[in-house]
Design a protein around this ligand. Structure first.
Ligand SMILES: CNC(=O)c1cccc(C)c1Nc1nc(N2CCN(c3ccccc3Cl)CC2)nc(N2CSC[C@H]2C(=O)NC)n1
Ligand code: NI
Length: 183
């Protein structure tokens, strides 16, 4: 199982690399890894397991965060409208997005960042995504609000971008004019 010991922390160059496309159909090894990533996220949200294995809670993880520079990510969460999202995705690609932006009022956290980095992280409010799921289906997902934020945070990891790269260093709490809070 994946534990916090497998999570690469900021400073490791793999987090600043452009991850490689996964060749499709995915190999059994790639499917196993992505399945383990999804299981880690579920475990991190289970009070007993998280306590037992000292896991930090997250709703998403990208392969570079376990030292694998491949375009794979896993998300598992319920959004503010109680819609469940549980996906392992290969080669996710944002094919269109809104002009409007959104953000988490509490800022963002990252399993690879062992410190609080306060500030508003502006993200597209709505995205349309193409990807291949863990089950091998090619999907086109239209995401908004929290789901859009989480997936953009994880796709950033595939492009060597950390959430704090988006924070306005002059005024971290500044809310961009075309941004509304996700809640
Ligand atoms: C510094 N301030 C903050 O972190 C922050 C502070 C307040 C509010 C928010 C909303 C913040 N922000 C933030 N909170 C989260 N969680 C809320 C708690 N939750 C969770 C915790 C326990 C059990 C189950 C679960 Cl579900 C896990 C997820 N997650 C992310 N991110 C950024 S997008 C990827 C995602 C991620 O998985 N990060 C590890 N940001
Ligand atoms: Ni992260």
């Amino acid at each position: 199982m994946i534990t916090m010991d497998d999570i690469v922390r900021e400073g490791d160059p793999v987090l600043r690399e452009n991850a490689e496309e996964v060749s499709l159909p995915p190999t059994d090894e790639d499917k196993h890894i992505l399945g383990e990533m999804l299981q880690f996220i579920k475990n991190s949200q289970d009070e007993e397991i998280a306590e037992e294995y000292n896991l930090r809670a997250g709703v998403g993880i990208a392969a570079p965060q376990i030292g694998i520079s491949k375009r794979m990510l896993a998300v598992h969460f319920t959004d503010f409208k109680d819609k469940e999202y549980s996906y392992g995705l290969f080669n996710p690609k944002i094919i269109s997005h809104s002009v409007e932006k959104t953000y988490l009022p509490g800022g963002e956290g990252c399993l690879s960042v062992d410190r609080e980095v306060p500030g508003i992280v502006p993200r597209y409010a709505r995205i349309t995504l193409r990807a291949t799921t863990l089950e091998g289906d090619e999907v086109k997902l239209r995401l908004k609000g929290y789901a859009a934020i989480v997936v953009q945070h994880e796709i950033d990891h595939l492009n060597g971008i950390m959430f704090y790269d988006h924070i306005n260093s002059e005024n971290p709490q500044e809310i961009p004019d075309n941004a509304t809070s996700a809640d």
